[in-house]
Design a protein around this ligand. Structure first.
Ligand SMILES: Cc1cc2nc3c(=O)[nH]c(=O)nc-3n(C[C@H](O)[C@H](O)[C@H](O)COP(=O)(O)OP(=O)(O)OC[C@H]3O[C@@H](n4cnc5c(N)ncnc54)[C@H](O)[C@@H]3O)c2cc1C
Ligand SMILES: *[C@@H]1O[C@H](CO)[C@@H](O)[C@H](O)[C@H]1NC(C)=O
Ligand SMILES: *[C@@H]1O[C@H](CO)[C@@H](O)[C@H](O)[C@H]1NC(C)=O
Ligand SMILES: *[C@@H]1O[C@H](CO)[C@@H](O)[C@H](O)[C@H]1NC(C)=O
Ligand SMILES: *[C@@H]1O[C@H](CO)[C@@H](O)[C@H](O)[C@H]1NC(C)=O
Length: 599
């Protein structure tokens, strides 16, 4: 997809790289001073320690030619791409059209070398355009990407990054909301090519589980795995999103999806990992072997302890299922905005009722609209689902709130999934936060919670009707009461609604404007959610990493144990992802560019 490296770039590269002075000592970090503080930083292009061209050449040989200079696909719409290694001519009308046609497509986006789906953390410095004279620069993307085909390629990438003190980024599907699969000036390992799937009828490995299982490569995506599982008449706990990965960031942060109320978090379901450590060692982690690493890889933070190359999860027999939808929309004549909010209040007052009946519900509260698609009731008939939802509809009718509600029965969960879950669009430019409301908070403070949703939708007078709430009703504690074996926040076992808050950012926002909106997210929008749910907590994969007391909010009592495990497996910070255990001293300084440790 990316235009081939042109001769112009090669020449530019040689000029830049040959001019570099000999390599500094491997592990001597680059010293920088920023805002009066001293830092020891990773090594970046232009620093003396940046590896010389022959070193990159031998890395390329080691990874069988899979090392690429990262040129974002959008460069095809621009005359030139001005990268840190030089300037290259990139315009290609046909390729540009292809990029434009596919830019909002999640499936296409995931298959690119390093593209991020949510664009805010790319810095938006190279975009599809009809004006090829617009500049195109790398922004916060990595400089080189290795499209790993074998585990040896991953090991070679880790070794090279460690030995040369480079920032290392692991990129699987690029779904990350908070930019953790990107990083300025980094070497990127792309794990998307690891698609092996192997079903196991009865697990005989470590631990006392002996049911069905599936071993998947790091790059497998939700819908792809569910399709293969269906052919084996089983289901697996995945995310709700068809294109999100499972064995990368999802399990690493915990992972919730349509089966979570019945069968727990994705992390609860892991039986074993194959991984490569910061030292470049191949390890297996399960209940018997490297049990501490096994625990931490199950929700203790992505890109924190090791690179996962494959993971094994429990499977469950396929079951029939029913699903429903409900819409309240003020653009429909006869419905007022107040009626929509009254509808949200009524619906949400039944949140505990829905999860207590084993349901999972995905919904969105956007300006003037409540969209519930879908309610998921596994193993229940349509009549049973309708009976569970009936009191909500009765209350809406009694309150005079117009709505549209439908329900259907499916022969299998997979058929429900294909019918009622859809790809979301790529390309949003927004900040995201999030908060989980526990059972007790929903019971005691439903009206406060709905008031907080109003604030998310209209956080300030000049930002009225710009925000969105994405809600997920589920309780992992319903089907999986004990969290003792996974590094997920213990409060998940009492949770009812995990919501994401979205604060859109204008694409041309200045640094000051971005800082102001980040402050709004942390101290106004998410502060309102936190106040409405004082017993709550939040989810490392879908929340604001800049919130106060993130350690407590993401992990609660299990945090200290995770810091110890981090110190043991990655004492020197070969891996990094924001707001994960043990990263307190690390900071990305100089306007979101250099990753450094305070000294
Ligand atoms: C549209 C959309 C829908 C979503 N739906 C859900 C959902 O239903 N449930 C849910 O729980 N979350 C959901 N998420 C959030 C999701 O959990 C995170 O985006 C998650 O980080 C995705 O992991 P990934 O590996 O697919 O993505 P990436 O962005 O490629 O990676 C995310 C993080 O994981 C690290 N990582 C990737 N691969 C590895 C590896 N092999 N070893 C170690 N670290 C690795 C990366 O370095 C990065 O820190 C959704 C996100 C989006 C954008
Ligand atoms: C790595 O090698 C391949 C195959 O020879 C080549 O196409 C590619 O351009 C090389 N990458 C770099 C960064 O030079
Ligand atoms: C990121 O974007 C800001 C504008 O918001 C700009 O000032 C800055 O130079 C950009 N940095 C990089 C590395 O692209
Ligand atoms: C609201 O309903 C209108 C009319 O049916 C539809 O066009 C619009 O997309 C709906 N809005 C949302 C956000 O669902
Ligand atoms: C779950 O909620 C109950 C009732 O409020 C409480 O007693 C229990 O401690 C909670 N469990 C966790 C893990 O927070």
């Amino acid at each position: 997809m990316v235009p081939p490296l042109s001769t112009a770039l090669k020449l530019a590269l040689s000029a830049v790289l040959l001019a570099a002075t000999p390599i500094a000592a491997q592990d001597s970090p680059v010293t920088r001073v920023w805002e009066g503080k001293e830092y020891a930083c990773k090594c970046y292009p232009g620093d003396e320690c940046w590896p010389q061209q022959n070193a990159w050449g031998s890395l390329n040989d080691t990874v069988d030619g899979n090392l690429h200079v990262h040129i974002p696909p959008e460069a095809a719409c621009h005359n030139t791409f001005e990268g840190p290694l030089g300037t290259v001519e990139t315009y290609d009308a046909q390729e540009c059209q292809h990029v434009m046609q596919n830019y909002a497509d999640e499936e296409w986006s995931t298959g690119q070398q390093a593209l991020l789906l949510w664009k805010y953390f790319t810095n938006h410095t190279c975009t599809p355009t009809n004006n090829p004279n617009e500049p195109c620069t790398l922004g916060y993307y990595g400089v080189y990407v290795i499209e790993a085909q074998t585990t040896d390629h991953i090991k070679a990438s880790i070794d090279f990054a460690r030995e040369n003190n480079l920032r290392l980024v692991i990129r699987n599907t690029g779904h990350d909301f908070i930019g953790r699969s990107t990083g300025w000036g980094a070497l990127i390992i792309n794990t998307f090519g690891f698609k092996d799937v192997q079903f196991i009828d009865a697990w005989t490995g470590a631990g006392d589980y002996d049911g069905g299982a599936v071993r998947v490569g790091a790059g497998i995506q939700g819908r792809d795995l569910l399709r293969q599982a269906f052919a084996h008449n089983v289901a697996v706990v995945t995310g709700e999103c068809p294109t999100v990965g499972i064995a990368g960031g999802l399990v690493g942060g915990g992972g919730h999806g349509p089966l979570t109320t019945l069968h727990g978090m994705v992390a609860d379901n892991a039986l074993e990992f194959d991984a490569i450590t910061a030292e470049g060692e191949f390890v297996t982690a399960n209940a018997d072997e490297n049990a501490d690493l096994f625990y931490a890889l199950k929700g203790g933070g992505p890109s924190t302890y090791a690179v996962v190359t494959s993971a094994t999860f429990r499977t469950y027999p396929e079951e029939m299922a029913s699903g429903g939808e409900l819409y309240i929309n003020a653009t429909v004549p006869g419905t007022t905005e107040d009626q929509v909010w009254e509808g949200v209040r009524i619906f949400h007052s039944y949140a505990n009722h829905l999860v207590d009946h084993g349901l999972y519900v995905y919904y969105e509260v956007a300006p003037f609209t409540l969209r519930i698609r879908p309610y998921v009731a596994i193993g229940k008939t349509r009549e049973e689902l309708d009976a569970i939802v009936a009191p909500i509809l009765a209350d809406l009718t009694a309150a005079g709130v117009p709505f549209t509600a439908t329900s259907k029965q499916f022969a299998s969960f997979f058929e429900l999934y294909m019918d009622l879950f859809e790809d979301e669009g790529a390309g949003a430019f927004a900040l995201t936060g999030g908060w989980a409301f526990t059972h007790d908070d929903v019971a005691a403070r439903n009206d406060d919670i709905v008031d907080a949703f109003k604030l998310v939708v209209s956080p300030r007078e000049d930002l009225a009707y710009t925000g969105v709430v994405i809600g997920h009703l589920f309780n992992p504690g319903y089907g999986w009461p004990s969290a003792a074996d996974s590094a997920t926040h213990p409060k998940w076992r009492n949770s009812t609604d995990f919501v994401i808050s979205i604060v859109p950012v204008p694409v041309d926002a200045s640094l000051e404007k971005k800082a102001e909106l980040q402050d709004l997210l942390t101290n106004t929008v998410d502060a309102a959610l936190r106040e409405a749910g004082p017993e709550g907590f939040t989810y490392i994969n879908e929340a604001d990493p800049y919130q106060p007391n993130w350690q407590e909010a993401f992990w609660g009592d299990v945090y200290e144990r995770l810091v110890c495990i981090r110190r043991k497996w990655d004492p020197n910070g070969v891996f990094y992802s924001i707001a994960t255990p043990g990263t307190e001293d690390w900071e990305v300084i100089e306007y979101g560019t250099r990753l450094c440790k305070a000294v």
